[in-house]
Ligand binder design. Structure first.
Ligand SMILES: Cc1ncc(COP(=O)(O)O)c(C=O)c1O
Length: 444
């Protein structure tokens, strides 16, 4: 009989001795360019549990960074990867069985307007690909993007992102990109009169076309909700309105579902809940559930006009990634993980909205399915963003055995909670209890 251990299980001081050694080693050689996460050295993961190199077991509220939707080390996923590693790892642009089956599968699970797929390696690469396709197809150059949007850190993706802190010192970025205001009422001077707000309509887009552009708009790019921007969701129906606006002007609508797809928000793709279909769809992260792979999907009318060689990459569509992605999609469908995100999402919503009503430092809980953000503030009077308190909550949760990513959002005060979609009810509720204990601690 194996001993039952309650999860989380913290058996050393944190960080533990082996973690300390390895953190020091990594810090000696890696520049401080990464987000500052809590001091843990991951050793292994299973489902929604992560074990560090000292044997401490945490509940995972990160899914890596919204990657491992099917859970860490899913046995079928591991088997597929192991089998493929013994067969073939790279063959450049040559087709394999898995590559052919993966592109077929992606077309099968998306609406019929999607007829072609380009496989890439990272989310940022998919974004750059989509922007290039839109420019090439329309023969125009300008791009409308959104304040606080995040699309990656390579030059093209950074340029369409709406975060100046990420661009600082790296300019000039891509010319021809214009950022529109995203319709989120928090901290907006129009919040009291949303019915008269230009951001809730397409007036803001008209304004940009009138004032900042030269009539050469190739594409509009947006996420279904601003993830790294602070878990900001647009008003109902707004994305469909924007899609219509684009259609009327023959502007390519690029939807960045790099983090929101494969069940995360309660449907396979987030756009399914918004009543529209984008022209180009970018996916990544959960596509490979840990093996790097991304894709851009679009109609034949757009994609077939591209020249041979224009999008080839060394690792895009490699056999390992394709087989892993095929397998991961099968698991998402077979285990109905989107449905699970809806069911567990209700529990999460209940608990997190409860936190917002009980604790003055939690201003709001925003989310859908199994991706949630807690807006942390100094108090309920001034609603001032409180990045230090957010960090405090994340550290306190860490010491209690719950793993959370460093805070996000424009003010660094939003706590992002996104467990693997396979998390058990028991572990999810345990994590909610511990997060509440951390919020209580920081409220005093
Ligand atoms: C919405 C979105 N787009 C693009 C990216 C970039 O993906 P990658 O880090 O794989 O380049 C991310 C990464 O967090 C993302 O969240």
């Amino acid at each position: 009989m194996t001993d039952y251990i309650e999860i989380p299980h913290i058996r050393t001081e944190l960080p533990g001795p082996r973690s300390k050694e390895l953190l020091a080693l990594a810090r000696r050689y890696e520049p401080p360019v990464f987000n500052q996460q809590v001091p843990i050295v991951w050793a292994s993961g299973t489902g929604a549990q992560v074990t560090d190199v000292d044997g401490n077991v945490f509940i995972d509220m990160t899914s890596g960074v919204l990657v491992t939707n099917i859970g860490h080390s899913h046995s079928e996923h591991v088997k597929a990867i192991q089998d493929q590693a013994g067969l073939l790892l790279n063959c450049y642009d040559f087709t394999t069985e898995w590559r052919a089956k993966l592109v077929e599968k992606l077309i099968e699970i998306t609406p019929p307007t999607f007829e072609r797929v380009i496989l890439m390696t990272t989310g940022a690469e998919a974004i750059e690909t989509a922007v290039k396709i839109a420019r090439r197809y329309t023969g125009r150059t300008e791009i409308i993007a959104f304040d606080d949007g995040f699309h990656g850190r390579t030059y093209g993706s950074l340029s369409v992102g709406g975060k100046s802190s990420l661009r600082k010192g790296f300019g000039p970025t891509l010319p021809g990109v214009h950022h529109a205001h995203f319709p989120f009422c928090g901290r907006c001077s129009m919040a009291d009169i949303p019915e008269r707000c230009p951001y809730h309509t397409t007036e803001e887009l008209d304004r940009i076309v009138r004032t900042s552009l030269s009539g050469e708009v190739a594409a509009l790019i947006i996420e279904p909700y601003l993830g790294a921007g602070g878990s900001l969701f647009p008003p109902p129906g707004w994305l469909a309105m924007v899609s219509e606006w684009c259609k009327k002007r023959d502007i390519v609508f690029i939807l960045d579902e790099v983090q929101s797809s494969f069940g995360r928000t309660g449907t396979l793709f987030a756009f399914e809940q918004e009543g529209f279909i984008p022209d180009l769809l970018c996916v990544g992260k959960g596509l490979g559930s840990g093996i790097p792979i991304s894709a851009v999907l679009g109609p034949a009318g757009i994609m077939d006009q591209l020249d041979a060689g224009s999008f080839s990459t060394t690792s895009g569509g490699n056999p390992l990634a394709c087989r892993a992605a095929l397998n991961s999609i099968d698991i998402v469908l077979k285990e109905n993980l989107a449905g699970r995100a809806v069911q567990l999402g209700k529990m999460m919503a209940d608990r997190l909205k409860g936190l917002a009503s009980r604790y003055a430092i939690v201003d709001e809980a925003r989310g859908r399915g199994l991706v949630w953000g807690l807006e942390v503030v100094t108090d309920s009077e001034t609603h001032q963003p409180a990045p230090e308190i957010a960090k405090g909550i994340i550290y306190s949760a860490f010491y209690k055995g719950v793993l959370i990513i460093a805070p996000i959002g424009s003010y660094g005060n939003v706590i992002r909670l996104a467990p693997p979609l396979v998390i058990s009810e028991h572990l999810l509720l345990r994590a909610m209890d511990l997060i509440e204990a951390a919020v209580r601690e920081l409220s005093i």
